[in-house]
Ligand binder design. Structure first.
Ligand SMILES: Cc1cc2nc3c(=O)[nH]c(=O)nc-3n(C[C@H](O)[C@H](O)[C@H](O)COP(=O)(O)O)c2cc1C
Length: 425
């Protein structure tokens, strides 16, 4: 299986930073470096940094402040040797040339360890980017499709090894290996070429995290890693297998796409102790943030709503709603009030929480992979450092002993860790 560390440095649980012994700070590069190195020492495939382009004082403690994840990747490339470096960037509020160049630069200078998590940005970012309006989801995905094609085209600007550096002949580069893109489309006009050559892995790995219909279609056409939020084994298996069928229908090899649901492990010496830990974290949840965090994850303004009332019905069809659909599904099956749903959102934003002994957590992960519901997991520690160190110290060795996870890196690049082929020239 494949493992990613989803690094939100004040913890994924909204109360995690208050847990005894917790260290936090999305701007604490010392902590970020140490946690990335803990994941690297445990042979994780990648460390992942999410991003949102709008913040507020009411936001989740790990999201109020957030340095540009691409800058963090570049700095971590110097502090680590093997682990993949993945960051989110928006196709709605970025320029293809600038984004292609930034990820290609991290990829080249990190010896082939970069990955881009493609998001269309659900939150209204127009307020920060001088736009008249925030495109609705169908348009965001249409923009994303062209955006990704342009970026991949720019990453093919140079064939491998274009440097000649023959002083006698006066030839510095083999410009026959240079290709002009000349893209002209409904949203972007990009001539190229890119002024960054290819890394050891040919091009950054493409990750995508949308689970709606349009989200899955974009992922099936382009992504090599799919992040998703899943709670139920059967639904997760249907999502994973359904996604791979779409990959095959798009003419791609399903084995070249890795589906990695998020997972928050709460490790205890006993199952009861793990449940106590989770209950303690829940007690640290700040109720005053309920309206904001619920509105953010449900993408619907709930300010002033009665938290002890049942969760309201909201439309779920179309793009941008997969998280809403998952959370409303939970509320329906468990008959939750808004406050009870808030506790789910505050803990893991709809991703699965597995509280138990190390053996039980390893069993759960192995079962999901063997059932075809996942190729690996995006690990979401509730708090740092212990929320991660408990997992790497106790669960990873069990997975390694069972032959479920690598004991050492076999390759140097993120593609090699993930078992992905080099991109076509
Ligand atoms: C593991 C994971 C990580 C995500 N990271 C981000 C992120 O960093 N920034 C963001 O705007 N959306 C992020 N998303 C949200 C998705 O990109 C997408 O916007 C959301 O799933 C709604 O789109 P959909 O309905 O098309 O699936 C993430 C989703 C998942 C499952």
């Amino acid at each position: 299986m494949h493992l990613g560390l989803f690094l939100l440095a004040a913890g994924h649980h909204a109360g995690g930073w208050r847990y005894p012994g917790a260290e936090s700070g999305t701007e604490n590069f010392g902590l970020i470096t140490r946690m990335a190195r803990v994941a690297e020492a445990a042979k994780f495939d990648m460390v992942f940094f999410g991003d949102r382009l709008v913040t507020s004082a009411e936001a989740h403690p790990s999201m109020i402040t957030r340095p540009d994840p691409l800058v963090v990747l570049a700095m971590l490339a110097v502090q680590t040797q093997h682990i993949g470096l993945v960051a989110t960037a928006s196709t709605t509020y970025s320029e293809p040339y600038a984004l292609a160049r930034a990820f290609a630069s991290v990829d080249l200078l990190s010896q082939g360890r970069a990955g881009w998590n493609i998001v269309t940005t659900v939150q209204d970012g127009s307020v920060n980017f001088s736009r008249q309006r925030h495109p609705e989801s169908t348009e965001r995905y249409a923009i994303a499709e062209e955006f990704v094609e342009v970026v991949q085209g720019l990453w093919r600007s140079w064939d491998p090894e274009p440097y000649v550096k023959d002083p006698a002949a006066g030839v510095y580069m083999d410009t026959r290996k240079l290709h002009i893109l000349n893209h002209a489309g409904p949203y972007f006009q990009v001539q190229g070429p890119l002024n960054v050559t290819r890394s050891l892995q040919g091009a950054p790995v493409l990750v995508q995290a949308g689970s709606s219909g349009p989200g899955q279609q974009l992922g099936a056409r382009h992504a090599e890693v799919i992040f998703t939020a899943q709670q139920d084994l059967e639904e997760a298996r249907a999502f994973c297998q359904g996604l791979k069928q779409q990959v095959a229908a798009a003419g791609r090899d399903p084995a070249q796409v890795k589906v990695m649901p998020g997972l928050m492990p709460i490790v205890g010496a006993t199952a009861a102790q793990a449940r106590d830990k989770l209950a303690r974290l829940q007690a640290y949840t700040d109720q005053s943030k309920a309206h904001y965090l619920l509105s953010a994850e449900l993408d619907h303004d709930l300010s002033g709503a009665d938290l002890d009332a049942p969760v309201p019905d909201l439309p779920v069809d179309g793009g941008g709603f997969s998280r809403r659909k998952l959370l409303l599904g939970l509320a329906r099956t468990q008959k939750l009030t808004l406050r009870q749903l808030y506790h789910q959102v505050a803990s893991s934003r709809g991703h699965q929480v597995v509280a138990g002994t190390a053996e039980q957590i390893a069993d759960h992960m192995q079962h999901w992979v063997e059932a075809g519901a996942a190729d690996g997991f995006n690990i979401m520690p509730a708090y740092f450092p212990a929320g991660l160190e408990d997992f790497t110290r106790e669960v990873v060795p069990i997975l390694q002993a069972r032959g479920q996870f690598r004991r050492d890196y076999a390759g140097r690049t993120l593609r090699e860790h993930l078992g992905l082929a080099l991109p076509a020239l």
